[in-house]
Write a protein that binds this ligand. Structure first.
Ligand code: HEC
Ligand code: HEC
Length: 220
């Protein structure tokens, strides 16, 4: 039986095969970025907001440099994910120029305004951890820092974030700074839940939490 990833990978190859036809037919109306992004839609969705279950990440509004670095990392095997390994093995992503065009295109899109969040409980714990440990690199607003290569994490889907946080030490291998991986390794599961939930809500425009509120309020 096909796993979900095998199914998605099969769809991806179909998209790649259709691509030359689409690009000839729509060459005038499609930018290079959207043409290169077309085979990614099957998983990351048309606006690059990630999958509805929140397991495939939002890419829209992500830092350019970070996107380019991750695509290269999947390709070289420095970052491991079976779906992305197959995708980046494709010859279009052998070309540095195409990676830059894709990264530019994605970073200019508006991020997902309604990411999947966690339970909303004890967000204060998440806020405290975030402010104390993560904000220095990812920014108080979670939008990342182009210069120190820290990605945008604000408003990323909770299920994806939670998995990245759990596996930070393995998944990104030596890509992530040791300050980050050691802090995450030392955390309890509940703390990781709160932290990922808080980060998934960081991009919302309404005031998130204020110090007078009890835990769990202000979660909407
Ligand atoms: C078969 C499904 C699938 C397709 C097709 C796919 N992706 Fe992905 N992508 C994923 C999954 C799953 C992840 C999460 C990997 C992980 O957990 O480390 C991911 C992660 C990423 C990341 C890392 C994001 C981050 O925040 O670190 C980037 C960048 C990315 N994909 C870009 C692309 C681009 C560009 C394409 C098209 C050329 C594409 N993907 C096509 C499934 C897919
Ligand atoms: C010393 C700077 C630094 C600190 C502190 C830090 N990070 Fe990071 N973080 C980074 C960098 C740089 C990357 C990109 C690593 C890479 O290129 O793969 C990253 C990547 C991530 C990712 C992966 C994003 C994605 O889209 O896959 C997550 C999630 C994350 N950090 C969460 C956190 C959390 C939560 C904390 C606080 C406990 C934290 N970070 C603290 C620098 C930092």
């Amino acid at each position: 039986m096909l796993s979900r990833y095998q199914l998605l990978q099969a769809l991806f190859f179909q998209a790649v095969l259709i691509l030359p036809i689409v690009s000839v037919a729509q060459a005038a109306s499609m930018s290079d970025g959207s043409r290169l992004y077309a085979p990614c839609i099957v998983c990351h969705q048309p606006k690059a907001w990630g999958s509805p279950d929140g397991l495939i990440p939002n890419l829209a509004g992500q830092q350019k440099r970070y996107l380019a670095k991750q695509l290269a990392a999947f390709r070289s095997g420095a970052r491991i994910d079976s779906a992305m390994q197959v995708v980046t093995a494709h010859s279009t992503l052998n070309d540095e120029k195409n990676i830059v065009v894709l990264a530019d295109y994605l970073s200019d899109l508006d991020a997902n305004p309604r990411p999947v969040n966690g339970s909303g409980e004890h967000l204060r714990v998440g806020q405290e951890l975030y402010t104390r440990i993560c904000a220095a690199c990812h920014g108080a607003d979670g939008r990342g820092e182009q210069d120190n290569h820290a990605p945008r994490i604000a408003g990323q889907h909770y299920p994806y974030l939670r998995r990245q946080i759990e596996e930070a030490a393995d998944l990104h291998k030596d890509l992530a700074p040791p300050e980050m991986t050691s802090a995450l390794r030392g955390m309890r599961n509940q703390e990781k839940d709160r932290l990922a939930d808080y980060i998934s809500r960081l991009a919302k425009s309404e005031p998130l939490l204020d110090s007078d509120r009890r835990d769990g309020s202000g979660a909407h």
